[in-house]
Design a protein around this ligand. Structure first.
Ligand code: NOJ
Ligand code: NOJ
Length: 589
């Protein structure tokens, strides 16, 4: 079959989608079915999302205002929590929908802003608000901390939340409510950006909450947030000091996930996996910028890298029984990653929908550019669809462009058709569906599944989000410098201590900056403000933020004899990052 079509280049593309001779009207018929599904399911999906948001979501009583519950399911699995990631992705979809015209969502979005402002203040097992607490993956639905053991921190949450809020704040600015953007939304965004700019280079748990390492999705989300955060800061006249410095560094690091033929979704970890993971497809749709070219560095949906990766990842799920016999180039059910065992390791609705969405995004980008380039990296992806295609650039008026875009559209619709096939009659979207019989599995009514449907459907309808500024932020430095060192705070120690000629005062303590209790290398204080009335010794040190330690002052004489202050040891906690300089006043004892 394939070989036959290889010679029938122009019409081949219309047929290869089904892998066998498919008359054009069969393709049309399939498209009409998908059209109908998309229309009907859109209603179910928006209702499904709203039913899971407090305070009035019909399936989540007890959830506070603006809180997105992951799923109403309270047992097997218990998803009756709010995840920062799920909530942000859901609200990103809702904000885009609001901007596209659904006015009814404004109050919900404002609730979300308030709920997140509050959650940022809640101390939790990942830390206090200023010391890593923003990396906490999930909270109870009444906005209290979840204290059970979990894969934490997860650093994608702050970045994704910043993006959802930045898109909203930009809308506020464009629609005459700069005050609200600046006074209500920006404070939340800026805390997230602060977290991202200081922590992006630290390892953490991936979006599937399993692997502690560097996750492609998290890093790409961080890059996007810093870029658009910086643009918003500029508009509002607010500082975003590290955004400009850190964004190119994140982009630099992101390049190392590219293996040469696909994206290895988790690095800096020994996970024993191939790295082919829906993580990377979700990334492509999250960083989609409708004004971008097919940029490889930012893994745009139409980029050769992202297309090659789409093939690598989707092909890795062909072993599912429900995918049996489906040839390459024809849509399959997609899971998280092939080694997955969670609930038995099945396809996920949101992963399958993301595979469709990336292709709709790519179609938008080619259309806007007016051409498609097939290069050595993307060739295998395109050959699955149009077997005879060669590398080259094809302008939109060419027959090859037509056959490629027709085939990609049909391929994308194929993923929607897979979702359609395994969606029960009432349209309910759970988390997973069985790899053997396609029946829904795991959490019922997963909010993220519904949101994933809404965004895929919007892209299919040609509705795209605003640019996040990719065209001005897609050049990665040739050499990566890495992240900024952990935050320090300037602390001045004043010690009033009368000394005799030849005696000097030093500070020594339990941290390395205070010589780890070694009087021989204790830190000297200055005496230039010393007077008889006020025998002041002082020193200003840069100390790691939020660190607690013990210390004492000592007097040393030229002959090396040491006099210690009396017990007990003094204790000090360095203020949190960004708190400004501090002073500690002591008197010799
Ligand atoms: C719960 C997480 O939500 C899920 O992603 C993970 O696979 C399982 N725990 C197993 O670690
Ligand atoms: C498990 C998924 O792996 C994770 O990404 C998600 O945040 C939670 N379930 C809640 O939906």
């Amino acid at each position: 079959m394939r070989n036959f079509f290889a010679t029938a280049c122009l019409i081949g593309s219309l047929f290869t989608q089904l892998g066998y001779a498919a008359p054009q009207d069969q393709v049309k018929e399939k498209q009409a079915k998908v059209d109908k599904f998309v229309k009907d399911e859109s209603t179910v999906a928006i209702q499904g999302v709203l039913a899971n948001i407090g305070p009035d979501g019909s399936k989540v009583s007890g959830a506070a205002a603006g809180i997105v519950v992951a799923s109403p399911s309270k047992v097997d699995p218990d998803y009756f929590f709010t995840w920062t990631r799920d909530a942000a992705l859901v609200f990103k979809a809702l904000v885009d929908r609001f901007i596209a015209g659904d006015q009814s969502l404004k109050a919900k979005i404002d609730d979300y802003v308030s709920a997140q402002a509050y959650l940022q203040t809640v101390s939790n097992p990942s830390g206090r608000p200023e010391t890593g607490g923003l990396g906490e993956p999930k909270f109870n639905v009444d906005r209290t901390a979840f204290t059970g053991s979990w894969g934490r921190p997860q650093r994608d949450g702050p970045a994704l939340r910043a993006t959802a809020l930045i898109v909203y704040a930009q809308w506020l600015v464009a629609n005459g409510d700069t005050a609200r953007a600046a006074n209500t939304v920006w404070p939340v965004i800026s805390k997230d950006l602060f977290y991202v700019s200081r922590n992006w280079n630290q390892t953490g748990f991936d979006l599937w909450e399993e692997i502690n390492g560097s996750s492609f999705f998290t890093l790409a989300a961080s890059h996007r947030a810093l870029v658009e955060g910086n643009a918003l800061a500029g508009k509002l006249g607010k500082p975003c000091d590290q955004c400009t410095a850190q964004a190119p560094e994140v982009l630099c690091f992101l390049q190392t996930f590219w293996t040469g033929s696909y994206i290895d979704s988790n690095i800096n970890t020994n996970d024993g996996r191939t790295g082919k993971d829906a993580n990377s497809i979700l990334t492509s749709i999250h960083v989609f910028d409708p004004t971008a070219g097919c940029t490889d560095s930012t893994f745009q949906p139409c980029s050769p890298r992202a297309l090659a990766n789409h093939k690598a990842v989707t092909d890795s799920f062909r072993f599912y029984a429900i995918n049996a016999g489906i040839p390459q180039g024809v849509a399959v059910a997609v899971g998280r990653y092939s080694e997955d065992v969670y609930y038995g390791g099945h396809p996920w609705y949101l992963a399958t929908l993301a595979a469709a969405e990336q292709l709709y995004d790519a179609l938008y980008q080619w259309n806007r550019r007016g051409s498609i380039t097939v290069d050595a990296v993307s060739l295998a992806f395109f050959r699955d669809l149009v077997p005879n295609v060669a590398t080259g650039t094809y302008a939109s008026n060419s027959a090859t462009y037509k056959s490629l875009t027709t085939a990609v559209k049909n391929y994308a619709d194929g993923y929607m058709a897979v979702v359609q096939k395994y969606t029960p009659a009432n349209g309910a979207l759970a988390e997973q569906f069985s790899k053997t019989d396609g029946k829904p599995l795991s959490a019922a009514d997963l909010t993220w599944s519904y949101a994933a449907f809404l965004t895929a459907a919007a892209r299919r309808n040609g509705v795209v989000p605003a640019s996040w500024g990719e065209p001005t932020a897609n050049r990665a430095p040739g050499v990566c410098k890495g992240g900024i060192p952990p935050c320090t705070v300037s602390v001045t120690f004043n010690e009033v201590a009368g000394t005799s000629f030849g005696q000097n005062v030093f500070i020594v303590g339990s941290i390395s900056q205070l010589a780890s209790w070694n009087p021989g290398s204790a830190v000297a204080l200055a005496s230039d403000r010393y007077t008889n009335e006020n025998p002041l010794w002082y020193v200003t040190l840069q100390l790691p933020a939020s660190t607690s330690f013990e210390y004492k002052y000592i007097k040393k004489t030229a002959d090396g004899s040491v006099t210690w202050e009396s017990d007990p040891n003094r204790r000090y906690t360095v203020p949190d990052c960004g708190s400004g300089a501090a002073t500690q006043n002591d008197v010799w004892r």
